[in-house]
Design a protein around this ligand. Structure first.
Ligand code: ZN
Length: 245
């Protein structure tokens, strides 16, 4: 498998090709006529990588939407460092959406959560924390849930990017699991025949140098673990406490 596709230089090239033939839009503008591209990132593994991609997009003069998961096991958007990264992404002019993980609610023992209330609840957390509108949601692992219906265009006051409107009007290209699912994005862009593009990337898959998908995830996990350890050591130093171990 060719890992060259998922490097920062390759990312830059893809953005340039889209910019040459399509206008970048948010989910709210997805009904705009003409050649448009809704480029979204589902942030599954790394907000640091999300920030890096946001920088490159800004350098290219384009905007995209970063979908944030409140229940990720790989990052916590409520931590101050992570939250600062999201604020920075917003400052660059990008949008955020909700990356909704229904599995969190299906394990809830009291069954009090309904899809609408769960979505609204998470939308409120994100929009209050980051002082911004959250207009769209994407479902994490959409094929594995029956908690909510995906055959509607709107739910919880947000655009469902897996809804029928997107499905029926956009050509979809995704890097899920660290490789192009159907066709390579580069090949889709070369054809230039599609008017409406829906591109899904996961920032964790995009690295400075070619790496296998597992290596890329491993790197994200190890960087975070190292930082947490450093924070522990630094806190003890700061308060003049003994660091035993
Ligand atoms: Zn996801």
């Amino acid at each position: 498998m060719d890992f060259q596709d998922f490097t920062i230089p390759a990312y830059r090239k893809l953005l340039k090709s889209v910019k040459d033939g399509w206008d970048f839009v948010t989910a709210l503008d997805s009904r705009k006529p003409g050649r448009i591209c809704f480029w979204r990132h589902d942030v599954d593994f790394s907000l640091e990588r999300a920030y890096r991609l946001a920088e490159i997009e800004t350098e290219q003069g384009v905007v995209s939407t970063y979908f944030i998961n409140l229940h990720s096991r790989f990052y916590n958007p409520l931590e101050s460092e992570s939250s600062a990264l999201i604020h920075e992404i917003l400052k660059m002019g990008h949008s955020i959406g909700l990356h909704f993980d229904p599995s969190f609610y299906t394990v809830s023992p009291d069954g009090r959560w309904r899809p609408n209330s769960a979505l609204e609840h998470e939308r409120n957390i994100l929009s209050t924390l980051f002082c911004t509108n959250v207009d769209a949601f994407s479902v994490h692992n959409p094929g594995t849930t029956d908690f909510l219906r995906l055959d509607v265009d709107e739910l919880g006051g947000m655009v469902n990017v897996y809804g029928p409107y997107f499905k029926n009007n956009f050509v979809y290209c995704s890097d899920s699991n660290g490789f192009w699912q159907d066709r390579r994005l580069e090949d889709v862009l070369k054809l230039r025949q599609h008017t409406k593009l829906h591109i899904l990337t996961h920032p964790g898959w995009w690295s400075e140098f070619p790496l296998s998908p597992r290596e890329r995830v491993k790197q994200s996990i190890e960087t975070r673990a190292r930082r947490t350890m450093e924070l522990y050591d630094q806190t003890l130093r700061q308060f003049g406490r003994k660091n035993i171990g």
